[in-house]
Design a protein around this ligand. Structure first.
Ligand SMILES: *[C@@H]1O[C@H](CO)[C@@H](O)[C@H](O)[C@H]1NC(C)=O
Ligand SMILES: *[C@@H]1O[C@H](CO)[C@@H](O)[C@H](O)[C@H]1NC(C)=O
Ligand SMILES: *[C@@H]1O[C@H](CO)[C@@H](O)[C@H](O)[C@H]1NC(C)=O
Ligand SMILES: *[C@@H]1O[C@H](CO)[C@@H](O)[C@H](O)[C@H]1NC(C)=O
Length: 335
């Protein structure tokens, strides 16, 4: 559909197209794992983030559609059902599990051309899927009126009461109390900021995941993946560590952590999934221009051993004329 909003989303290509030059990536290109398509959404459903339930089902968000989607990747022809439609918003950004089968997510009225929420429209909700044989319980947590983008979202690594959110515009990490909705900036840093206001430079801290004592994050504009230790209240402890730098045309987006194997997988524009060693920062790049289409996020499967060896990567999609097409989720079978 040719709508003014989608016309504006075309500006997103400026982020994705970052540079037309051939990438001179300084890591060896590994043997690529097989990549399977799981589900392709209808045109113009810009897919943004993913969380995986303990029952193996995928929860998928779209920044251009206010539906929370659920997909069972274990069946032969997966379909996408709608868990809930957040009617007062235009799309959903980050999503994170905060207690067993309970998720938090961010909605807003998005100005997609600028990847920002219209001021005063950004909110955090809870989605409780833990009640046996009952529909999802949706509850409003809080507005975050001071933010125009909470992008990556994660539970605090060891404080069950806190949600942490990456503010790509302010260059900050928010802490949000999951009971009261009380929120404030936990810390900010020049290493979390964007480098400009135009698409391509306007997203600082982007992906966010937690493990051990740390928050792991990407800074898309500053082109690195790093981590920072936090205390129980989500305050920064010590300095930010850079684990790896993205080079050439690789633009890091959101992350899946494989702490057991000391690895992270970073969904990266325009056609990459990058495996990074958490110690030493070695990089292996999977490059697939037909199956990895502006990857926005990644998460490991849960449940069976084969699910746990599967990396699900969300594809933002690719523009053809006025339309965003082939957005969805694919599976990398890692052995
Ligand atoms: C990825 O593949 C595309 C198409 O073959 C190529 O143009 C690009 O340079 C490759 N990127 C890297 C980092 O090798
Ligand atoms: C949603 O919008 C309707 C109509 O504008 C309004 O009455 C309602 O309070 C809004 N709900 C929330 C949670 O903002
Ligand atoms: C990343 O880049 C920064 C700044 O150019 C440099 O100081 C740092 O050593 C690099 N780190 C790695 C792991 O490549
Ligand atoms: C999706 O967009 C493409 C590219 O514009 C177009 O060719 C195709 O017909 C569209 N599909 C539907 C179902 O509208």
């Amino acid at each position: 559909m040719k709508s003014p909003t989608l016309f504006k989303t075309l500006a997103l290509t400026a982020v994705w197209g970052a540079t037309a030059e051939a990438a001179a990536v300084d890591a060896r290109t590994g043997t690529s794992p097989p990549i399977r398509n799981i589900y392709t959404f209808p045109n113009n459903t810009f897919i943004e983030n993913i969380a995986v339930r303990s029952n193996s089902k995928l929860l998928i968000t779209s920044m251009s559609v206010p539906d929370l989607f659920q997909i069972d990747p274990t069946v032969s022809a997966p379909t996408a059902s709608v868990v809930h439609t957040f009617t007062n918003s235009t799309g959903i950004a980050g999503i994170a599990e905060t207690s067993p089968d309970v998720f938090a997510l961010v909605t807003a009225n998005w100005d997609l051309a600028n990847t920002r929420a219209y001021p005063g429209t950004l909110a955090v909700w809870k989605v409780d899927l833990s009640r046996k044989n009952k529909p999802a319980a949706i509850s409003f947590l809080t507005w975050v009126t001071e933010s125009t983008i909470i992008n990556g979202l994660t539970a605090h690594p060891f404080n069950p009461c806190l949600l942490m959110g990456a503010d790509s515009a302010l260059g900050a990490v928010w802490r949000i109390d999951l009971t009261t909705g009380q929120h404030e900036i936990a810390f900010s840093s020049p290493l979390l900021t964007p480098t400009g206001t135009a698409p391509g430079t306007h997203l600082g801290i982007n992906g966010l995941r937690a493990a051990g004592k740390y928050l792991y994050f990407t800074n898309s504009a500053q082109k690195f993946f790093g981590r920072v230790e936090v205390d129980y209240n989500g305050n920064q402890v010590g300095s930010i560590q850079i684990i790896s730098n993205s080079t050439g045309d690789v633009v890091y987006d959101d992350i899946a952590l494989d702490v057991q194997n000391q690895k992270a997988w970073i969904a990266s524009h325009p056609s990459y999934a990058v495996k990074v060693g958490l110690v030493g920062g070695s990089q292996t790049i999977v490059n697939d221009t037909s199956k990895l289409l502006n990857p926005t996020s990644a998460a490991f499967g849960r449940g069976s051993l084969s699910q746990r060896k599967t990396l699900y990567v969300t594809n933002g999609g690719e523009f053809v004329g006025w339309d965003l097409i082939n957005e969805g989720v694919v599976a990398l079978d890692l052995s």
